[in-house]
Structures are given as C-alpha cells and as structure tokens.
Design a protein around this ligand. Structure first.
Ligand code: ADP
Ligand code: ASP
Ligand code: MG
Length: 440
C-alpha cells in the first residue's frame, strides 16, 4: 500500500483537484490519500481565530465571508452536473454555518482548534464528492477516528497503528481511501492538530502505522532542492537523500517537509518520495536509509531563534552543571537546538521563547545571562560530510563576510550548523550556494 499526500497548492484549484483524481487512476493498487486544506484556507482560519480571540467579531466575519465566496467559486468549477453542484453547495453551507456558529459563541482555544480543523474536513469532502461524480470508487476515512496525540502533543504511533490497521483492512475492496492531514484528537479527546504544515506528518504517521511500501509527498516543486528556493535564485533538486539528511533539513527549516515528517517513516524504514503535482514526470527526491554520493547535499535555514549565553566561571567545569541547566529547559518543555561550550560559558539556542522570561530568571542563579533574539540557524547537510577533508574551510570561506555567532559540528557526520543574525540570512544562503555548489 502507498500513502499519497497532496498539499495545499495541489488541491487549491478545481483543475488541480481533478488532476489528482487522474493521477490516482494511473497508479495501481490500494492507496491512502492524505489531503491538506485548499491553499490559503488555514491562513484564513488562523486570521478568523485571531480576530475572535481579540473580540474583533466584525473583522472575523469579513474573513469568513471572503472565504465562503472562495468556496462557492471553487465548487462551481469542481462539479460538472447540477446534482453534484447541489451536493457541493450543501457541504459549503454546512461548513460555514458551523464556522459562524463557532464565531458567535464563547470563543476559546478549544473552539480555535476546531475552527482550524475545518480546512482539511471540507477539502476531503469536496474531493470525495468529485470522485463520486466521476464514479471512481473511494471511501472517506475520518482522521479523527485514528490520529491522536498525547499530553506532550506527541503522536501516539502505536495507538494510531492499532486503530488504523483494522479500519483499512475492513475496506478490503476499496482502492482509494481518503483522509485528512493535519488534524487529530488530543489526550482530552478534543479536536487538535499537528501544527502548521502537519499534513506531511500525518502522511508519514499513516505510512508508518500501516507499514506502507512508500509515502509520497506531492507538492508544488520537483523535490527537495539544495537550498531554499524562496530565497536563493538558482537551486537544483536532489535526487536522493538519507533519512538522516532529510530529517536535518526538515527540522532546520526546509519548508517542503514538516519538521517531524521523517521520524515515523525512518522508524519503520518506509521510503519517502517527494513529487511535483505540477510536473508528474520530474523524478523528485527519494528518501531512504541508503546513502548517496556528494559531500554537500543541501542547506536549510530556520528563523526565529533565540540564543542564550550563560557565563559562569565558578560552575561550568563542575560536574552536574550542564544537567542543572538542561533541567531548566526541560521544566519549561523547551527544546534546545544548538549548544556550544567554552571554559567559562555555555551558549545554546531555542526556537520557542514562550517561557523565555521564566527560563532567564532561573538561569540567573547560575551566572550572567545574555539573550540575543532574531537569530537564524543555517544548517549545511551532506553525506558523511564531517569525515571528509576541507569541509569547514569551504563553509567558512563562503561565510567570510558575516559574523558567525555560534558553530556546531561533530554532533553528526552529516551536519554543520552556524548561527547568524537574521539580517545576514539571505546573503549568507546565496554565498553558501556559490561557495559549496558553484551556483549563482
Ligand atoms: P504544500 O502546500 O504542498 O505542503 P509547502 O508550501 O508546505 O507545500 O512546501 C513546498 C514549498 O517549500 C516549496 O514551494 C518551496 O518554496 C518551499 N521550500 C523551502 N525550502 C525548500 C527546499 N529545500 N526544497 C524544496 N522546497 C523548499
Ligand atoms: N493546512 C495545514 C497548514 O496550512 C496543514 C498542511 O497544509 O500541511 O498548515
Ligand atoms: Mg507543507
């Protein structure tokens, strides 16, 4: 069985949705199709939710009206017959009645999460009806039946697998099973989600849960590129990556994959293939446990990083010091990305500063604290890169025009990470593109 995930742009226009159906008809065997919301929908739902939390009901209603018009136009082009247009109309009306009901009531975080789930719920219903209109046999399997996260917001892979396998087996004569990306239930059994971009993660969790042959992520680009195509002009697709390499790139900002996508697939050794919906023939990227040639593979950048420096001449060399520092972060459920030490100081970075002021207060017990916000981690990934000569020379030659705040290497043979101020990011990514790949 293969899992195919189609992202927002792949379902975002009626003709693209139709193309997905064509594509499913050309692939034989049983498949699970994971769909995102139509592109722009989740952003609109976030904006509605934000307005409502601030008590700005009129502004929320404006966004709701615009979004509803978008869906009215969408179903007009998606369905060919009067009968199916009426079904589409019923779906859109039902969803917008529910959204307006949420907006009219006491709006809280629970309501917000229910609101965010509507994008994937409506896209899957519309796609299912499109298949019905074309008499393509399929079933809609609600993700809320099987997808769950625990109290730490971690997906419960074993439970997901236990629920999903019998459901899929019961649909033994159905080749196309459609489900929603992104949405899940939390430990309170409420509707929740896997964070922005989470449909990739759904696909990987589903693929791991049913031990699929392959997980395919269909998007608007021909695979993982060697650098961020939104920032760097000349980038090229990479044909092969290992799970470790892809995992680093996703975690450190390659938006094509949700940061955690690779983890479940790697656990059960399920290959992940990245494909382009707009150019089906393009080879894309295959991610497996096998290595492939090439010292430097790709560069990714992650913004919104805060660096914290703890200076403590008395304590740093004492055993147990780092444990106590880490405990502070653990207590505030804040993960550390990079870490470097010297004899008198330790520097580390976090990407979530929700609890920063409490963390700072606690760390002050250990010494002097300095905090730098608006930093960017640039992560350079390659195949056993750190076992080869001259790698760091090339990296730092490329970065000679920029002050580097931190460097981390040696933790994995596949990665060198540097921390710079965000203002240098664009130029640094371009300089590395030229220095490491000869692309400018
Ligand atoms: P989807 O809606 O299909 O999930 P996303 O917008 O989340 O699509 O991800 C695809 C986008 O990721 C691409 O259009 C591209 O701009 C961006 N991207 C960032 N870094 C990379 C990279 N290294 N390789 C490919 N795409 C990348
Ligand atoms: N629709 C969700 C988002 O925009 C999930 C996804 O597209 O992957 O974040
Ligand atoms: Mg995405």
């Amino acid at each position: 069985m293969v899992v195919l995930k189609f992202g927002g742009t792949s379902v975002g226009k009626p003709e693209r949705m139709k193309k997905i159906a064509d594509l499913l008809l050309t692939t034989s065997g049983k498949k699970i199709v994971v769909l995102s919301a139509l592109s722009g929908t989740t952003n609109s739902l976030v904006s509605i939710g934000d307005h409502l939390l601030l008590g700005q009901r009129a502004k929320a209603e404006e966004v709701i009206d615009t979004l509803e018009k978008h869906y009215q136009a969408f179903i007009k082009d998606l369905f060919g017959s009067e009968a199916f247009h009426a079904i589409g109309q019923e779906i859109v009306s039902r969803f917008f009645i529910f959204i307006r009901m949420l907006a009219a009531g006491q709006f809280d975080n629970k309501g917000y999460r229910e609101l965010l789930a509507q994008g994937e719920l409506i896209s899957t219903e519309l796609f299912y009806q499109h298949l019905q209109e074309r008499k393509i046999s399929a079933r809609l399997l609600p993700a809320l039946y099987f997808m769950s996260i625990d109290e730490n917001e971690e997906p419960e892979l074993e439970k997901i697998s236990e629920r999903l396998k019998p459901l899929v087996n019961s649909l033994n004569n159905i080749d196309i099973i459609i489900t929603q990306g992104y949405i899940c239930r939390n430990h309170r059994n409420e509707i929740d989600n896997l964070k922005r971009g989470g449909s990739d993660y759904t696909a990987s969790l589903v693929g791991a849960a049913i031990r699929a042959e392959e997980i395919q992520i269909w998007t608007d680009i021909d695979g993982m590129h060697n650098n961020d195509p939104r920032i760097v002009k000349k980038t090229v697709p990479i044909s092969e990556l290992t799970f470790d390499e892809a995992s680093e790139l996703a975690y450190f900002g390659a938006k094509i994959l949700h940061p955690s996508t690779i983890v479940p697939a790697q656990k059960y050794n399920v290959p992940v293939r990245l494909k382009n919906t707009m150019d089906e023939k393009a080879p894309g990227t295959i991610i497996t446990s096998k290595g492939s040639e090439g010292t430097f593979k790709a560069i990714a950048a992650k913004d919104g990083i805060t660096a914290i420096n703890i200076k403590s001449s008395r304590m740093l060399m004492a055993y147990g010091f780092l444990r106590r520092v880490f405990e502070v972060f653990e207590n505030y459920k804040t993960s550390i990305d990079m870490i470097t030490t010297s004899e008198v100081a330790v520097s580390l970075t976090i990407d979530n500063d929700t609890h920063l002021s409490s963390i700072e207060t606690e760390l002050k017990k250990f010494g002097t604290i300095e905090v730098d916000k608006d930093q960017t981690i640039i992560c350079i990934v390659g195949n056993k890169m750190m076992e080869q000569k001259g790698v760091l020379t090339k990296v730092f030659d490329s970065l000679h025009d920029f002050p580097v705040r931190m460097v981390s290497c040696g933790g994995s043979v596949n990665n060198v990470s540097v921390l710079i101020e965000k203002q240098y990011k664009e130029k640094a990514l371009n300089a590395l593109n030229e220095g490491l790949f000869g692309l400018s």
